[in-house]
Design a protein around this ligand. Structure first.
Ligand code: SF4
Length: 236
């Protein structure tokens, strides 16, 4: 493929994403994922933090055997790894686990221990952003579980948009859902959820950077609590 063709393809993808964002704003989550399955086939994947398997479940209805990409940072709660294993065992999906280039021990040796306390942006860059960038290289489109009601930084999330950083179509099929919508879907379909959600956690990330939320706090208040950091860089 020549550079011109590559450029045109990227421009076409971007136009496709922006048009779909407008046209699918009022579509259901399943309809949005059916559009993604028809548009991209096996070059479409779902990313999951294994907080719950709602988007993976929806995507498997649209595209049985869909790739579900999970980032194993080396810092996850055992419950998160257990949720990943359960999803792999019982759902019609293909779980792909991405790992950083360095183990936690290797990172500690190079940067010093507890980098997440001293420079969480660098830690996230090494353990999340870079592995995801490499893991998504073969896909044209990826789906996330971002919701507008999770935080102010996510309030304008389009259901389909253009990920300029990775030059891919980014799909957020449950962007318009509330927490109640998620709970209803989980109950209706018996979807797997991370046990930590029953233990005071509203959003589940790496263990050193996640705490339980207090009453009245938004769902992501327990992530990097006490710091100005609110996102890991995957969605910037
Ligand atoms: S969430 Fe915390 S432990 Fe996980 S990669 Fe980011 S800084 Fe490191």
């Amino acid at each position: 493929m020549t550079a011109t063709q590559e450029q045109r393809t990227t421009e076409e993808l971007k136009a496709l994403a922006e048009r779909a964002g407008r046209e699918l704003e009022d579509a259901s989550a399943l309809e949005i994922l059916q559009w993604a399955a028809e548009s991209f086939g096996s070059r479409f994947c779902v990313t999951s933090s294994m907080e719950d398997a709602v988007v993976a479940h929806l995507a498997s209805r649209a595209l049985p055997g869909v790739d579900v990409v999970f980032l194993d940072t080396g810092y996850h709660f055992p419950e998160t790894i257990g949720t990943r294993d359960a999803v792999e065992a019982v759902m019609d999906v293909n779980v792909i686990t991405l790992t950083p280039r360095q183990s936690v021990a290797e990172q500690d040796a190079e940067y010093g221990p507890r980098l997440h306390d001293r420079d969480p942006d660098l830690c996230c860059a090494l353990r999340k952003v870079k592995p995801l960038e490499e893991g998504l290289a073969g896909y044209l489109a990826w789906a996330t579980g971002l919701r507008r009601d999770e935080s102010e930084t996510r309030a304008n999330t389009p259901v389909v948009g253009w990920d300029e950083k990775r030059r891919k179509v980014k799909i957020s099929p449950i962007a318009k859902w509330s927490q109640e919508d998620v709970q209803t879907y989980v109950a209706e379909h018996g979807v797997l959820t991370n046990p930590l959600l029953m233990d005071g956690y509203a959003s589940v990330g790496c263990a050193p950077c996640t705490r339980r939320v207090l009453e009245g706090e938004d769902a992501r208040a327990g992530r990097w609590a006490g710091r100005s950091k609110t996102e890991c860089g995957l969605h910037g």
